[in-house]
Design a protein around this ligand. Structure first.
Ligand SMILES: [Fe+2]
Length: 346
């Protein structure tokens, strides 16, 4: 048994919380889909902080979602003259967070030198990001996002009751495909996962797994795929995992077709995660609705499974959780990297 199973059980009882805190300041986190961010402010929670994102003069800005006057949520406010105006008393802030107007006493505004807390932003591959500290890598991005031969569509942003690591691991937990997605992304009569290799490149884990048996019921299967009845052969999955919070998965059973899943996550708290999901492809461009329905179906199949996992944070302190050698290699390498980032493993 010991040759088949490995355990990550060399950490102390506080590890889960330490890992959560350690990721907070080091990375860019998604806060909005680019195409949905306008001059209507959007409130959100990142690592327990109430923040607001809005476009001012076309550029995304992120502020504390709390007016300096009486603490009202600025996400309830309006943009006026490329400034964000609080709905309560009309205090108005420019893109730097400086106070531009105090309507009840206009002459005071230029004498107050406190600023609204603001955070850096950037925008790439269809997402607006912010960072709560000093990021150690550029924001994750997907090269084919800007390729005009691809069409990218996104799901509505959604939140699950699980940690960010639980949500991300779900995408490269290969041995669940034949069980949770039987008849779609896997075949419960063919549950074995072949060996694959995992390498580190910059801030990424990269690996290629498969081929996996899939089914023609699944709209993503390419017209040139090798099929036999309902079965589709040769679905290879190529992963870039941007540790700790994003993933690009290129998956296709066809010769020229490329299907891309582009996922980026942001912790609301240690046990709740905000999820941004794009689906892109260079084929079936007139079938966007069917592809999005497929992505939603797979997501809905995964949700109750992942939200049921105990504990909601990754349970690396629990000896009961085990990694199947070979099949779970990507999960193991991901967890080891998280521990390194948290300074809990060298
Ligand atoms: Fe799944």
């Amino acid at each position: 048994m010991s040759q088949l199973i490995s355990r990550v059980d060399y950490v102390d009882a506080d590890t889960e919380d330490k890992m959560y805190e350690a990721m907070r300041d080091k990375f860019w986190y998604p806060v909005a889909y680019s195409d949905e961010l306008t001059n209507e402010p959007q409130g959100f929670v990142l690592y327990g902080k109430k923040l607001v994102v809005v476009r001012l003069d076309g550029q995304p800005v992120v502020f504390d979602d709390q007016c300096l006057h009486k603490g009202t949520a600025l996400s309830l406010g309006k943009v006026v003259d490329d400034c964000l105006r609080c709905p309560y008393h009309g205090w108005t802030y420019d893109a730097t967070g400086a106070i531009r107007r105090i309507p009840a006493r206009e002459e005071l505004s230029e004498h107050i030198n406190v600023k609204l807390g603001s955070y850096p932003t950037c925008e790439t591959s269809g997402l607006v990001y912010t960072c709560l500290g000093d990021p150690i890598h550029p924001p994750p991005s997907v090269p084919m996002f800007d390729d005009p031969s691809y069409q990218f569509l996104h799901l509505d942003v959604y939140e699950w009751d699980c940690s960010m690591a639980r949500r991300l691991e779900n995408y490269f937990d290969f041995s669940h495909f034949p069980w949770v997605h039987d008849g779609l992304l896997g075949d419960s009569n063919q549950p074995r996962v072949d060996d694959y290799a995992v390498e580190r490149v910059g801030g990424e884990l990269r690996f290629v797994a498969g081929p996996f048996p899939e089914f023609t019921d699944n709209v993503k299967n390419a017209p040139t795929a090798d099929t036999d009845g309902d079965q589709v052969y040769g679905a290879i999955k190529r992963y870039r995992v941007f540790v700790p919070n994003a993933m690009q998965l290129n998956s296709s059973a066809g010769e020229t077709e490329d299907y891309v899943l582009w996922v980026c996550l942001a912790p609301v708290g240690p046990e709740r995660t905000r999820c941004f999901t794009y689906q892109g492809r260079n084929y079936g461009l007139d079938h966007g609705e069917e592809f999005m329905a497929f992505a939603q179906l797979v997501t809905d199949q995964d949700r109750p499974i992942v939200e049921s996992q105990t504990p909601a944070q990754v349970p690396i302190t629990l000896p009961e959780e085990m990694f199947v050698k070979g099949a779970d290699l990507a999960l193991l390498e991901y967890r080891k990297w998280l521990l390194e980032l948290a300074g809990l493993r060298s």
